[in-house]
Design a protein around this ligand. Structure first.
Ligand code: HEC
Length: 174
């Protein structure tokens, strides 16, 4: 594999394995779309119910699954197993996905694998979503110019997948 002269092999591998960590954490969830509603926080009455609620939950899960695919692609590009020419496109897709996921959580709809804390601790959750959207947008700007070193430097902040899931995503249901 051809390495960027500005990046040590160690740095690249560390970045790639970090990516794999979040991808694996994401992949574990990839089949969990059809789970029944998680018990809502008792402090909240959902404003949206029934089919509308199910549609919103489904949509946010679809957005997350696309993020998992795109993260995997970025990991492969950084690891050198997929062409660098895909860098602009995949970093753009991740930024768009982050923005979409922020949007999909604006309606407060308990259910899916979202823990009750998403709603009971909503200010913190939404701040994380906003940081995710902003930082992945910055990464997309670096990706646009094919700046691999810039993308790798921004990647940790741009993809806080695991940090958020550890707090706010319930384990997969059997
Ligand atoms: C700020 C919080 C947050 C961030 C950041 C975040 N997620 Fe999620 N993710 C969630 C929550 C909450 C759920 C559960 C959604 C539901 O089922 O209601 C979830 C669910 C998922 C799922 C399971 C979807 C399904 O079909 O059940 C995958 C896969 C996933 N996320 C991947 C990712 C990846 C990859 C990233 C980073 C690029 C990411 N997420 C970033 C909060 C986050």
């Amino acid at each position: 594999m051809k390495l960027q002269p500005t990046l040590s092999r160690g740095a690249l591998l560390a970045a790639a394995s970090l990516m794999l960590g979040s991808i694996l954490a994401g992949a574990v969830g990839a089949q969990g779309a059809a789970g029944g509603p998680f018990a809502p926080a008792d402090t909240q009455t959902p404003a949206v119910t029934g089919d509308d609620a199910q549609a919103i939950i489904f949509e946010r899960q679809q957005v997350m699954q696309k993020l998992a695919k795109d993260s995997e692609t970025l990991g492969s590009i950084v690891a050198g197993t997929q062409p660098r020419s895909q860098l602009p496109q995949v970093t753009r897709a991740l930024a768009d996905g982050a923005r979409d996921s922020l949007g999909s959580f604006r309606e407060k709809v308990p259910g899916g694998r979202s823990k009750p804390e998403v709603w009971s601790n909503n200010a913190d959750f939404m701040k994380r979503m906003e940081d995710f959207a902003r930082n992945s947008e910055a990464m997309a700007k670096a990706g646009e110019t094919g700046d691999m070193a810039g993308v790798t430097a921004l990647m940790i902040d741009a993809l806080p997948c695991k940090q958020c899931h550890d707090l706010y995503r319930a384990p997969k249901k059997p």
